[in-house]
Design a protein around this ligand. Structure first.
Ligand code: FE
Length: 227
């Protein structure tokens, strides 16, 4: 060790000693500042993994069995009609105070042609109210949403009314993030006017799961090209 190093070493020791004396004189660091570090949660690596014990996030839950073969049919496209309006609000529920009509929920998946759920698919719904009227000035009964991490969507709305020449239907555009936009319509089972509607298509009829309450719960899976 050189003289210079020894001097540095001595200096370091002196400074260290002075600091210790100062701490002793002051009674050490205030307890209030030391305590939280001790009583706080242990470092992350020593914590029991919460992800294991907590409920798994939605995207990790096994999806219910999908009823489609390895090559399900693409959802049939339908005319857009005259009442589409761009820039609808993002909302899964189209319900608003004072909105009359039979409550309806429609849930399902957006799937690729090989039956894989599509994450963040865009769904844009628009429909007539219970009296068969479209809101062409505002956005009543119009809205868009995106499928979740499991490829699921859920729409809350009302059963649309009839208007001249048309049976009950809900308009929808569906688009996978990198796919083309599919424009189509959803129909309701057991509606007498289905038979006289020129564009009614049985492959686009909602599957009603429950109509025992004061509303209707139905499902529909869309199959769209994702590229
Ligand atoms: Fe329409």
């Amino acid at each position: 060790m050189t003289h210079q190093n020894r001097s540095d070493s001595n200096l370091t020791m002196s400074v260290g000693l002075a600091a210790l004396l100062w701490l002793a004189a002051c009674g050490g660091p205030p307890a209030a500042t030391a305590a939280p570090a001790v009583s706080a949660a242990p470092p992350a690596e020593t914590q029991p993994a919460p992800a294991v014990t907590a409920a798994p996030p939605a995207e990790t839950q096994p999806a219910p069995a999908l009823e489609c073969g390895s090559t399900p049919d693409l959802t049939r496209s339908m005319t857009e009609g005259p009442y589409f309006k761009a820039d609808s609000p993002e909302r899964a529920s189209l319900l608003e105070p004072g909105l009359a009509g039979t409550r309806l929920t429609v849930t399902g998946y957006v799937l690729t042609p090989d039956c894989q759920p599509v994450v963040r698919a865009l769904l844009e719904f628009w429909q007539a109210d219970a009296a068969g009227q479209y809101d062409n000035t505002g956005y009543t009964l119009r809205g868009h949403q995106f499928t979740d991490a499991g490829g699921r969507y859920a729409l809350e709305t009302i059963v649309p009314g009839l208007y001249p020449g048309r049976t009950e239907h809900i308009h929808v555009k569906v688009q996978a993030p990198n796919g083309p936009s599919l424009t189509t319509q959803l129909f309701f089972p057991g509606v007498a006017q289905n038979q006289s509607d020129q564009i009614f298509d049985p492959s686009l009829v909602l599957l009603v799961q429950d109509n025992s309450g004061d509303g209707l719960a139905a499902t529909f899976n869309f199959v769209v090209n994702d590229k």
